[in-house]
Design a protein around this ligand. Structure first.
Ligand code: FAD
Ligand code: DLZ
Ligand code: SF4
Length: 524
């Protein structure tokens, strides 16, 4: 009896359900680098390098643990360049009589797996991915019949379920479930901001970097310098380093943005968690221990734990609740093409230039840059949610559809009609000015709403409020916005509409081919 255990690129965990209970002597672990995955969107070069390097390192780890690994590289002439073709070929090659695999995290891949038994002619066992803390069925049961899907309710259940930051008598540590109101500070200038740990490329990574440069040189983003964690040991060091250096101030500065400071007090652990190098529970427990030792305040510990056991699990649940069909939600009927500066970074709008620039260099931007700069602009400009969603899926090293899509189409673009966000994350420049130092050296004036040097976020925001009045006026959390809108004179409203229209007309739409191959070479 030989079992093929296909292990996908984001399943790099030794305690994966498909490995547990299997015998290394009777099984072959199959790992494949395939163009189907590198090409369904044209991922940032750094993201492909990260995944390939982590996969190749993990194959070595598995071999060290006694597993037989059949690793198919991208340039193997026999490679059929797709998961299904490679599973079929492996079954034939190893004369295997069954396949055992953990469910793909993305709908696209999960549907492929349903076809493997027929394609390979052997039984295929598809196991739940129990690295997530909330099974999909439990989430669907939680969501069933609800009209209000607020994350906060789900999060409290997850705190109780995991026991994280709970007192012995079942109360939340610190006497509150959520300390977000403490997390709105901007750090003073001149602080020595902590930096995430960086890892020198070893020979495996250097081979991958050469491969990516040769094969994907025309994809978005900078390949080097490359310093991301690609093994579990490195990811654990990155976690320890974060807990020791940045976690204490994670909470208070969580929403801040400082030009030239890509990471501030964020963990930069999303790539490792999403690849499977770190388990979400162990990350949250490391933070809980730091709190128990008295090393970090409750607002930082709680804020961080909420992201990992709350938002991350919730987004995954909402993805499966709404798939298929999530990708085409467009509750606000937004149709504008993505502006080209999302790909080039060339714009006078400083907050966007900074955020796109660092995304290009690092394949990373933190949550508030993604939500309140990059997402906010697309929302108030009326960009097609699918176009901005494709962009997010390409450019970030942690982007997989199960987490990217609910964050973008749901939370950031309000295109799900408000299931995930209770109101649109739309703002004028005032929010960006309050939470960042971007506006000081911007060519636009954040205080102005009209004229050639007016901050574009201002007219665009009010234009967004005005043009979506039918859809949003009934939203209780938009009441203040509409109260202000109602106070504007007709002339002021006309001016807002003209300003916004003139600005939007001045934007150059992105060329085809950046996010998805459009036949032949991408247009540049
Ligand atoms: P930290 O700020 O240090 O947070 C700690 C951890 O919490 C993260 O590593 C991550 O695992 C988790 N987390 C925090 N917020 C979220 C969230 N909203 N959803 C899921 N997990 C969360 N996250 C992704 O992993 N992949 C994506 O493709 C992605 N796309 C996003 C798109 C938009 C428009 C927005 C608003 C958010 C997106 N996020 C995504 C969530 C969040 O921005 C990133 O997880 C975070 O910026 C990663 O950086 P970090 O590890 O330094 O996070
Ligand atoms: C994202 C990605 C890329 C770029 N390449 C591969 C690959 O060649 N082989 C692989 O096994 N996985 C890759 N991945 C990650 C998969 O897309 C991911 O595992 C599935 O989408 C399931 O979430
Ligand atoms: Fe962005 Fe407006 Fe501030 Fe310039 S002034 S950085 S465009 S918010």
């Amino acid at each position: 009896m030989t079992t093929i255990i296909p292990l996908l690129g984001d399943q790099l965990s030794l305690d994966l359900a498909s490995l547990r209970g299997a015998e290394p002597t009777d099984a072959v672990v199959l790992m494949v680098e395939v163009r189907e995955e590198t090409g369904y969107v044209r991922h940032h070069k750094k993201k492909i390098a990260l995944i390939f390097s982590a996969m190749r390192h993990f194959a070595e780890t598995l071999r060290g643990a006694g597993w037989t690994v059949d690793y198919v590289t991208l340039d193997d002439p026999a490679n059929r360049q797709g998961f299904t073709g490679e599973v079929v070929r492996a079954v034939e090659r190893h004369r295997a009589d069954r396949v055992r695999v953990v469910e793909g995290a993305e709908y696209r891949v999960r549907r492929m797996q349903d076809g493997w038994a027929a394609a390979a002619g052997v039984p295929v066992e598809i196991l739940a991915d129990d690295r997530f803390l909330c099974p999909i069925d439990d989430f669907l049961a939680w969501a069933k019949g609800r009209r209000d899907f607020r994350m906060e309710y789900f999060y409290r259940d997850m705190r109780r379920r995991t026991g994280l930051l709970m007192t012995a008598d079942g109360k939340p540590e610190g006497g509150q479930w959520n300390f977000d109101h403490d997390n709105r500070e901007v750090p003073p200038r001149g602080l020595n901001y902590p930096l995430p740990e960086r890892f020198e490329p070893d020979p495996i990574t250097r081979d991958v970097l050469a491969l990516v440069a040769a094969e994907f040189g025309d994809h978005f983003g900078d390949l080097e310098p490359f310093a991301l964690p690609v093994t579990r040991d490195q990811a654990l060091r990155a976690l320890d380093h974060f807990v020791a250096t940045a976690l204490p101030d994670f909470g208070r500065y969580e929403d801040a943005m400082i030009a030239g400071q890509e990471y501030l007090y964020h963990s930069v652990l999303s790539s490792s968690i999403n690849l499977g190098l770190l388990a979400p529970l162990e990350v949250a427990q490391a933070v809980e221990r730091a709190y128990a030792r008295g090393d970090v305040p409750i607002n930082s510990a709680e804020g961080f734990v909420r992201q990992v056991i709350g938002w991350r699990e919730y987004m995954r649940g909402m993805y499966w609740r709404d798939m298929p069909g999530f990708e085409s939600r467009n509750a606000l009927d937004a149709t504008r093409p993505l502006p080209d500066f999302y790909w080039t970074g060339e714009t006078d709008i400083r907050c966007l230039a900074e955020s796109v620039g660092q995304t290009k260099r690092e394949a990373y931007a933190h949550h508030i840059q993604r939500l309140m700069v990059l997402g906010n602009f697309a929302l108030i400009a009326g960009v097609d949610p699918r176009a901005i969603s494709d962009w997010f899926l390409v450019v970030y090293f942690d982007a997989y559809e199960w987490v990217e899509m609910p964050n973008v189409i749901g939370m950031s673009q309000f295109a799900d009609g408000g299931a995930i966000a209770s109101k649109p994350y739309a703002s004028t420049g005032a929010y960006i000015n309050r939470m960042s130092d971007y506006c000081g050296r911007c060519r636009y004036d954040v205080k102005k709403r009209a004229g050639p040097d007016a901050c574009p976020f201002n007219a665009l925001f009010w234009d967004f409020v005005g043009r979506n009045e039918d859809r949003l006026r009934g939203n209780g959390r938009m009441r203040n916005m509409y109260a202000t809108w109602d106070r504007f004179s007709d002339a002021a409203r006309a001016e807002i509409r003209e300003e916004a229209a003139a600005f939007l007309d001045s934007l150059t739409p992105a060329a085809d081919g950046w996010a998805r191959q459009t036949g032949g070479s991408p247009v540049r």
